[in-house]
Design a binder for this molecule. Structure first.
Ligand code: SAH
Ligand code: SF4
Length: 407
């Protein structure tokens, strides 16, 4: 454990070394405007905000309008190829081709859950690395669960991504590409043909059946795929800015949820920078000792520091925080655990999301039963803390929380 801790606090992942490392930590305070991570040598077209692309064009003597047209075609209309017929001069398009990378991840594998609502995409990146992206389509909502890293350095014991180790950060372009992919799938699929199988449990019925009969777009994005988003802060926030752009996918800030294992400097920075995203903090243990056995990163950022950062976040932003709690049978699903959570969150505007443990190869805990989850919820409710129990979706295709991993 000592070796691990030394690594966690000291190692800077080497971008040029693609091998898997079990852990490492890099929190940068710089906010580089372009995608900072491997593997792009040239800036990537998808990693530029609308304004950055406009500035790029103007610097090269092109009209700003051409850049805005191109940006709109990509992010609003979902286009991937362009010709001079698209109201942009050939010289401009040629310069874009010469100077900006435009590769998109390719779908290496697509799997559909028998629940009728969940699809998982294994995407191959330009350097051959793989990530997973999940499309969820239920309760009248369309949600993409995107990855922020290949693997993860945080090493949570019960998480398949943590079990595979850290490979590299994703670039902003690679994150945006996942959202554009899911948006394209939604638009291409005839909505009325997709819905719950007739044998699906009642819970699987969409709350608003009409939602399946309109032209669908992506409405929610959760950074809950592979990786720790606040460990890759710059690229994730650059992607957030691109995804929120009104003339693009126009994602509402509160519908973009950044989920963190508790990277304290990242939470504080997010509070200061004022991006209106939703924040989810993965808690899982209500004392430092218990939490650290499940979440090794807790040794780097202890629970009291984390809670201070959360209080600061809610005070500065005025927003509540979603706290995630993976329910593990006999481990953290007892009534006394719920009481400890309630005490910990006292005074913090919070909602708790309970996630019954999903199976992963490297951890043999079991999810608590329905009764246990209900007791946990009742205890929180008595303390005035709202909570939800995450419905188990896509488990048959290993698309549930913490199940994403690539070989
Ligand atoms: N790294 C970020 C986001 C990705 S994990 C984070 O940890 O918050 C998304 C959520 O899935 C987290 O709350 C995480 O704790 C949870 N999770 C991980 N493994 C799980 C498992 N096996 N079963 C249920 N939830 C799990
Ligand atoms: Fe990383 Fe999140 Fe998995 Fe922990 S739960 S290993 S932080 S992806």
């Amino acid at each position: 454990m000592k070796v691990f801790l030394r690594r966690l606090s000291r190692d800077i992942p080497d971008r040029n070394r693609p091998s898997v490392v079990p852990a490492g930590l890099m929190i940068s305070d710089s906010n580089t405007p372009l995608s900072p991570a491997a593997p792009a040598v040239r800036p990537h077209l998808l990693g530029l905000t609308r304004e950055q692309l406009a500035a790029w064009a103007v610097e090269r003597g092109f009209a700003r309008l051409h850049a805005l047209t191109l940006w709109h075609e990509i992010h609003q209309k979902g286009r991937t190829t362009f010709t001079p017929r698209d109201r942009m001069p050939p010289r401009f398009l040629q310069r874009v081709d010469e100077e900006l990378a435009q590769d998109r991840p390719t779908v290496a594998k697509e799997t559909h859950s028998s629940d009728g609502f969940t699809r998982k995409y294994l995407l191959a990146l330009a350097d051959g690395r793989l990530v997973e992206t999940v499309l969820m389509r239920y309760h009248g909502r369309t949600t993409a669960c995107v990855s922020s890293q290949v693997g993860c350095a945080m090493g949570c014991t019960f998480c398949a991504t943590g079990q595979m180790g850290y490979v590299r950060h994703l670039t902003a372009a690679e994150i945006v590409a996942q959202a554009l992919h899911v948006d394209a799938v939604l638009r291409e699929t005839a909505p009325s043909t997709e819905g719950p199988p007739t044998s699906a449990p009642a819970l699987a019925k969409p709350e608003h059946p009409s939602a399946f009969h309109r032209h669908e777009r992506l409405r929610n994005i959760v950074f809950m795929g592979m990786g720790e988003p606040l460990h890759n802060y710059d690229a994730v926030m650059q992607a957030v800015d691109i995804l929120r752009e009104p003339s693009g996918l126009a994602m509402a800030g509160e519908r973009l949820t950044v989920s963190t294992v508790g990277v304290v400097p990242g939470i504080r920075r997010l509070a200061r920078e004022g991006r209106p995203v939703s924040l989810a903090v993965s808690l899982h243990g209500a004392t430092q000792e218990e939490r650290a056995t499940l979440v090794p990163a807790a040794r780097r950022w202890p629970l009291d520091e984390l809670m201070d950062a959360c209080r600061e976040y809610t005070a500065i932003t005025g927003r509540r925080i979603f706290f995630e709690w993976t329910l593990i049978d006999g481990r953290n699903d007892r009534v006394e655990d719920a009481r400890a959570v309630a005490a910990l969150l006292r005074g913090i505007p919070a909602q708790v999301n309970l996630i019954p443990l999903n199976p992963t190869g490297g951890y043999d805990g079991r999810p608590g039963g329905v009764e246990g989850a209900r007791r946990f919820q009742d205890t929180l409710k008595a303390a005035g803390i709202p909570s939800t129990v995450r419905q188990r979706r896509g488990i048959d295709i290993a698309a549930g929380c913490g199940q994403l991993a690539v070989g």
